[in-house]
Design a protein around this ligand. Structure first.
Ligand code: MLT
Length: 406
C-alpha cells in the first residue's frame, strides 16, 4: 500500500503567498471596482536592465550557433559567474570565499528549502519568528518540527523578533535551548531589520562555541545602504567554518522571473569529520543540471561596470518607494520598521493581521502581506513591499491613507 509522507499532514494551511493569491483571486472574481495594486509578495516590476538583457540575448545567440552552443553545463555553475561573484561579492569585502565554494542555483527559496536535507532528522532547528515560511515548512516536511500545538511546532525553537530587540534576536534568545541549525535572515524578510557587526559576531561566536551551523539568508543584502552594516556573514572572522550563506539575483537585479541565485558552502565547514561542501556538491550534482547558460551570462553581467550602475539605480528606485511607504504609514499614525536597508516596511496595526489584509483588499484594492503569515510574532503587523512602479505605490498609499483616516 502506498503511504504518503505523514509529515506533510502537519503543514498549516497553504503556503502564505498561495493563500494570498487565493484571496486576491476571489476578490477579483467578486468584481473588484478598481485596478488592484500589489504590494504583497516581493516581486520586482522593473525589466532587466540593458547590460543584463544584452548579455542574456548574447547567451541565447550563442545557443543558436554550432560553434558556440552549450549543452549541459557544470552543475555547480559556470566558472565565469562563480569567479565574478567570488571577486565582487566576497574578495573585495575581505571575505575568505573562493569561486569553488559558490554553487549557482535557480533560487534562494530552493536552496534555503533544500539545505536541511543534509542533516539528520533529529537535529534541533531554530528559526526566527517572524520568519520566511520556507525555513519552517521544509523542516516540517522533513519530520523535524514535532506536532503543531498552540500556534507553533513543538520541536522547533523560535527566535522571537520584537520591537524591543529591533526584530534582530541574538543567541541569548535561545535561553537554555540548544540548537544545531539556526536560520538567520538579514536584512530581514519580513521585518526589514538589519544585523549589526556586533550581533553577527555574537552569533558566529555562539555557533563556534556550540558546534552549530548558521544558515544565513542574505537575499536582500543589495538593499543595505550603509558601509557599517555587514553584507555577508563572512565579514565576521570564523564564519567560514560555521555558516552557509544564501544569495539571490531575484531582488538584487530583477531575476524573480529569470531565476538565478547562489549558495556559499565554505570548504572549511566540517560536521562530524565530514565536509559539508562535499555533501552539498554531491546533492547538487545528483539533483540538478544547473541554471541555463544565457541566464548565467545575464547574471554575470550584473558585475560589469554598466550592470553595477544599472542595478544600483534600480535598487535606489525601489528604496525611494520604501521611503514613501514609511512616511505615509507614519503619517497615518502607525509605528513602522524596516524600509531603510530593505525593500520591506513592517507596520504595527495592532489588529488581527488577516483582517487588516482583507480590509485593504476589499476597501482599497491593495494587496499587502499579513504579518501572522510569518509566524505568531507577526500577529498585529502587516508587511508592505516596495516592489512596484512609483505611480502604483503612490496611488496605493493614497487609498490606504483614506481607509485609515476614515
Ligand atoms: C517575499 O515576498 O517574501 C518573497 O518574494 C518570497 C520569496 O522570495 O520567495
Amino acid at each position: 500500500m502506498i503511504k504518503l509522507n505523514s509529515h506533510y499532514q502537519k503543514l498549516q494551511s497553504g503556503y502564505l503567498f498561495v493563500e494570498i493569491a487565493r484571496r486576491v483571486a476571489a476578490h477579483i472574481e467578486r468584481g473588484a471596482g478598481r485596478e488592484l495594486i500589489k504590494l504583497g509578495i516581493g516581486d520586482v516590476t522593473r525589466p532587466l536592465s540593458p547590460a543584463i538583457i544584452q548579455a542574456f540575448h548574447d547567451g541565447v545567440n550563442e545557443q543558436a550557433e554550432a560553434k558556440t552552443f552549450h549543452g549541459y553545463g557544470p552543475e555547480q555553475g559556470y566558472a565565469f559567474l562563480r569567479e565574478a561573484i567570488a571577486e565582487y561579492d566576497f574578495k573585495r569585502r575581505g571575505c575568505p570565499i573562493s569561486a569553488d565554494e559558490i554553487f549557482i542555483s535557480d533560487g534562494a527559496k530552493c536552496d534555503t528549502g533544500n539545505i536541511q536535507e543534509l542533516f539528520a532528522a533529529d537535529v534541533r532547528v531554530a528559526v526566527p519568528d517572524p520568519v520566511y515560511p520556507v525555513y519552517v515548512d521544509t523542516n516540517v516536511m522533513a519530520g523535524r518540527s514535532g506536532a503543531w500545538k498552540d500556534g507553533r511546532y513543538s520541536a522547533l525553537i523560535y527566535l522571537e523578533g520584537r520591537p524591543e530587540n529591533s526584530f534582530a534576536p541574538g543567541p541569548e534568545t535561545l535561553g537554555a535551548e540548544s540548537a544545531d541549525l539556526v536560520y538567520l535572515c538579514f536584512p530581514n524578510n519580513p521585518t526589514g531589520a538589519i544585523a549589526s557587526r556586533e550581533l553577527l559576531s555574537r552569533w558566529v561566536e555562539w555557533a563556534l562555541k556550540n558546534k552549530a551551523l548558521l544558515l544565513f539568508d542574505a537575499a536582500y543584502e543589495a538593499f543595505i545602504s550603509s558601509e557599517e552594516i555587514p553584507r555577508s556573514i563572512y565579514e565576521i572572522p570564523g564564519a567560514d567554518t560555521c555558516a552557509v550563506e544564501f544569495r539571490s539575483f531575484s531582488k538584487t537585479a530583477g531575476f524573480t522571473g529569470t531565476r538565478c541565485a547562489f549558495t556559499v558552502v565554505p570548504k572549511a565547514i566540517s560536521i562530524g569529520g565530514a565536509s559539508l561542501h562535499s555533501l552539498w556538491n554531491r546533492r547538487h550534482a545528483t539533483k540538478t543540471n544547473g541554471v541555463c547558460y544565457p541566464v548565467q551570462k545575464a547574471a554575470a553581467a550584473v558585475y560589469s561596470p554598466q550592470g553595477q550602475r544599472e542595478t544600483k539605480e534600480s535598487i535606489s528606485y525601489y528604496m525611494a518607494n520604501a521611503r514613501l511607504i514609511r512616511k505615509a504609514m507614519q503619517e497615518a499614525g502607525f509605528q513602522v520598521w524596516g524600509g531603510k536597508h530593505s525593500p520591506y516596511v513592517w507596520i504595527k496595526t495592532g489588529e488581527d493581521s488577516w483582517s487588516t489584509f482583507d480590509t485593504l483588499l476589499q476597501k482599497a484594492d491593495v494587496v499587502v502581506t499579513p504579518g501572522s503569515g510569518f509566524g505568531r510574532m507577526g500577529e498585529g503587523f502587516i508587511r508592505i513591499s516596495a516592489f512596484n512602479n512609483r505611480d502604483k505605490v503612490e496611488e496605493a498609499l493614497e487609498r490606504i491613507q483614506k481607509i485609515f483616516s476614515a
